[in-house]
Design a protein around this ligand. Structure first.
Ligand code: ADP
Length: 637
């Protein structure tokens, strides 16, 4: 499939899969607590930081209310000038001091916290690189990873949101507790207003509490419903965003797509599709905007009712000498603080509740179990590299598939030998290599190394026996030396030797900084772009550098013509010396130099022998394929 179409297929298939998942409150608390404890584990200084930040914020807000109340009382009570000046200095100086400390602290806090998502992502990347390979080929797992990333980067959700809400939630809880403390104090002063009428005082207190509770419940309801709808919208918009991002960031900007766009005048079609997607996104954005505005109006009305009610009570209390005039400033500040923080507190808690799904998705990913048994046996180190590999009655089907790709597959081959594996596309050649390298384990049967089931060997040690150049090999944009050695530190002589052997000496001459020169110019202007053929050679040099007992070429040359592939394969055969080499190809001509050719058909080993032997078997698949393919090679020549 064309690369661009492949991207599109991936995107359209990718759906937001957390939809409709309902979590209980207990589960929500457990998941968020796990998230918070991971954050504190990743960034241990974060807990004291959050607490100090919340404390400074509360201090900063209440300092002015407390000292303003004191100053007003000083003036009302006509205390001495010296006391008034002292309180005024405390009010202004203290406020300035606390505010400055708070601002500096916040700057430092943001600076230190800016990489939290990268820290959480580091865990995710560790998981991706070390999880069983079969998960890498699972569309479900890949979409999960994409959604976690998109949620964190585009919407700032998941672990990211949890992190950023820890401090505000602590801070707002403190504000609310203080406001409740003041309210309790205010109610205790009711007995002065209703002197000698304790029943009225109690009735008024109950009424006051009821009004507050009703307003608070109403406010919670409105915020919660709106937040849930907003999150539903965000879920709905994600596939559109993904699709939209694909067209605008990936398709239009890609070199390989640029040719198709021009040749087929795709501009109008693409603009139409982009506009169509944006329209859908814009509808959702408008919906969210309207929702937010409605919530803002509704909560504004509730807040105005509560404030009016409390100001009325404060007025009555001052008139009845239940509180001082200065205290009105304090309570008024307290009320506005409470209303502001309470609204945000509810909104943040409802957002945290809705966000739990994405925190869960992060942990679901991190918790994907390691199915593969990683073994403990050390691999025997043999100077003579004499290893015998045996596939004994191996059958294999891919997870979720209904058909066997390999069926009762039995072969043996000895280290130091060359084995060519040929067969039509889709016959199971690459799957054979994947099983040999334990990227998958057989569904039935066993694979033995010197008579021992390969599952028993230490996985890393076993893997270090192989160097494979896959059909879809990748060369990352890193310095040439690091690319070949797959290490930051390497033996330069050895790298140069590997590059010389694959015929990249001339390329090295062109490199301005030798082995330090980055391959490709994507991320470094001093880099050097290399052709597809040169990239293949770098991949082969990488395999040779590692000097493993097995080297495998799994059609890395599929994009070349048959003659070029034959040349690379036969040249490679000279390079590998005494090692075991396995050659995979669907083109028989590429492997004819090899004395041991295995023919696979529909997951079965159907023939084995040298080219000269196999071509004699007129009834065999090899003979038929050879004759069919020969016409094309002659044409190509
Ligand atoms: P070959 O290398 O001979 O071209 P493969 O071993 O790549 O063949 O594939 C053999 C069969 O297994 C094909 O039908 C292919 O579609 C299927 N297959 C390959 N990879 C997967 C996978 N990850 N999941 C499901 N089926 C797969």
């Amino acid at each position: 499939m064309h690369k661009c179409l492949q991207y599109k297929a991936d995107i359209t298939r990718g759906c937001f899969r957390v939809k409709g998942e309902k979590l209980s409150i207990r589960e929500m608390i457990q998941i968020n607590c796990r998230g918070i404890s991971l954050i504190f584990k990743l960034v241990p200084w974060n807990l004291p930081f959050c607490c100090i930040t919340a404390f400074l914020d509360v201090l900063y807000s209440y300092w002015s209310y407390l000292f303003l109340a004191r100053l007003v009382d000083d003036i009302a009570e006509k205390v001495s000038k010296a006391v008034i000046i002292q309180d005024a200095i405390l009010l202004v100086g203290g406020y300035l001091f606390v505010q400055t400390v708070f601002e500096i602290w916040m700057h430092y806090y943001f600076y230190c916290s800016s990489n939290i998502w990268e820290q959480a992502n580091y865990h995710l990347n560790q998981k991706i690189m070390n999880m069983d390979y079969e998960y890498m080929e699972s569309e479900h797992i890949q979409n999960m990873r994409r959604d976690i990333d998109a949620m964190a980067r585009n919407d700032g959700g998941g672990m990211n949101l949890l992190f950023w809400y820890i401090t505000p939630v602590i801070e707002k809880t403190l504000h609310i507790l203080i406001a409740f403390g003041y309210t309790a104090y205010l109610l205790s002063r009711c007995r002065i207003v209703f002197e000698g009428e304790p029943v009225k005082a109690i009735a008024f207190s109950v009424f006051f509490i009821c009004v507050l509770v009703v307003m608070i419940v109403l406010s919670i309801r409105i915020n919660k419903d709106a937040q849930e709808k907003i999150y539903q919208c965000s879920e709905k918009s994600l596939p559109y965003y993904r699709h939209y991002n694909f067209y605008t960031n990936e398709y239009i900007a890609k070199e390989e797509c640029g040719k198709t766009i021009r040749m087929f005048h795709q501009q109008n079609l693409l603009f139409y599709r982009i506009a169509e997607l944006y329209e859908k996104i814009y509808k959702i954005i408008t919906l969210v905007k309207n929702l937010r505005e409605k919530v803002s109006v509704a909560t504004g009305i509730i807040e105005a009712v509560i404030s009016g009610f409390i100001y009325f009570i404060l007025g009555v209390m001052v008139l009845k000498n239940a509180i001082t005039i200065g205290s009105v400033c304090l309570y008024a500040g307290c009320i506005s603080n409470f209303l502001l923080h309470f609204r945000e507190w509810i909104s943040q808690l409802t957002q945290l509740a809705a966000n739990t799904k994405y925190v869960k998705m992060y942990f679901d990913f991190i918790d994907i179990p390691q199915k593969k048994y990683e073994g403990t046996l050390p691999v025997e180190k043999r100077d003579d590299d004499r290893f015998l590999i045996e596939f004994r009655h191996v059958s294999f089907r891919y997870p979720g598939s209904e058909t066997d790709v390999l069926k009762d597959f039995s072969i043996k081959f000895q280290i130091g030998e060359r084995l060519a594996v040929v067969g039509k596309n889709g016959s199971g050649k690459t799957t054979f290599i994947k099983l040999l390298c334990r990227l998958y384990d057989p569904t039935e049967g066993e694979i033995l190394l010197n008579g021992i089931d390969i599952r028993k060997f230490d996985y890393k040690e076993y893997l270090s026996l192989f160097s494979v150049v896959f059909q879809d090999f990748k060369i990352p944009a890193l310095p040439l030396g690091e690319n070949v050695a797959v290490s930051l530190e390497y033996d330069e002589e050895k790298v140069l030797y590997a590059l010389e052997r694959v015929g990249l000496g001339a390329l090295l001459q062109k490199m301005p900084n030798g082995l330090e020169t980055p391959i490709y110019t994507d991320f470094d202007r001093n880099g050097v772009d290399i052709s597809g053929g040169e990239a293949q050679k770098v991949a082969i040099a990488r395999a040779l550098y590692h000097d493993t007992p097995f080297v495998i070429l799994d059609e890395p040359t599929a994009a070349l013509d048959a003659l070029a592939e034959y040349e690379i394969y036969s040249k490679f055969d000279d390079l590998v010396g005494t090692k075991t080499a396995v050659y995979i190809s669907h083109r028989l001509s590429s492997c004819q130099f090899c004395n041991d050719i295995l023919v696979i058909d529909k997951g079965k080993a159907v023939q084995r022998g040298s080219h000269a032997d196999l071509i004699q078997e007129k009834e065999g698949l090899y003979y038929t394929l050879w004759n069919t393919q020969a016409q094309y090679y002659q044409l190509e020549k």
